[in-house]
Design a protein around this ligand. Structure first.
Ligand code: GDP
Ligand code: MG
Length: 213
């Protein structure tokens, strides 16, 4: 785990992309957020960036049909990009909508732009068949990922760790997920450390603790 502090100084919306639109110019490492509709993707982006209106959140599932790009600035002149992907699995989606979603997501994941995936699962529920399919895409494209169990505040504190790990295990991953709450900020520091490990250049190890022989 990277202990360096990555404080996001500023975050701003860049653009939305649908089917056939060109992605924006690549800016820093790109971290994409995936998960079913309503799992808390937009809320997580807002919580990480310390804003409550950067990414639009909604109680009505399935609103975002576009890929939304957010530029995050840190340190002197560092930048990375958070990408809010359209959610899957909402009951209203027609076959055509599902096909469009699949094409959009697959071409994005295959684009070579993505450095890392944050895959979100609801801490209260077992992963759905769609979650398992999504996780298979992530593995297929060989993308590094971090699992995040959202809405941790909705479970008793004593149950959170076990529930987060269980969700990861049921997904078919090693049994660990970061327990996260956009409401309370639980897990935010751990996610920012994870981001530091992804976007900051490797650090010389002054202690030599894990240095070469
Ligand atoms: N209690 C609680 N509610 C959350 C949390 N994250 C998101 N929500 C709620 O869940 C709903 C969907 O959130 P949203 O971020 O729009 O989900 P998205 O569809 O994945 O982008 C909204 O009503 C949010 O307020 C959380 O950590 N705790
Ligand atoms: Mg959203």
């Amino acid at each position: 785990m990277d202990k360096r502090d990555l404080r996001i100084k500023k975050a701003e919306f860049v653009t939305s992309c649908g089917k056939g639109s060109r992605y924006p110019e690549h800016e820093g490492q790109e971290i994409a957020i995936v998960g079913k509709s309503n799992v808390g993707k937009s809320s997580l982006i807002n919580a990480l960036c310390g804003s409550n209106k950067l990414a639009k959140t909604s109680q009505r599932p399935g609103k975002t049909r576009l890929i939304n790009f957010f530029r995050c600035l840190y340190g002197e002149k560092g930048a990375f990009t958070l990408v809010d992907l359209p959610g899957y699995g909402f009951a209203l989606a027609s076959k055509q909508e599902q096909a469009d979603w699949g094409a959009l997501i697959e071409s994005y994941l295959a684009s070579g732009r993505v450095s890392h995936i944050f895959m979100l699962i609801d801490i209260r529920h077992d992963p759905t068949a769609d979650d398992i399919q999504m996780f298979k895409y992530v593995l297929y494209y060989a993308l590094p990922y971090t699992l995040v169990a959202t809405k941790a505040d909705k479970l008793a504190k004593s149950k959170r760790r076990q529930a987060a790990n269980r969700a990861a295990k049921l997904l078919g991953a090693p049994p660990y997920a970061i327990a996260f709450s956009a409401e309370t900020g639980e897990g935010r520091a751990e996610l920012l450390e994870r981001i530091a490990g992804i976007v900051l250049p490797p650090e010389d190890d002054p202690e030599g603790e894990e240095g070469e022989e």
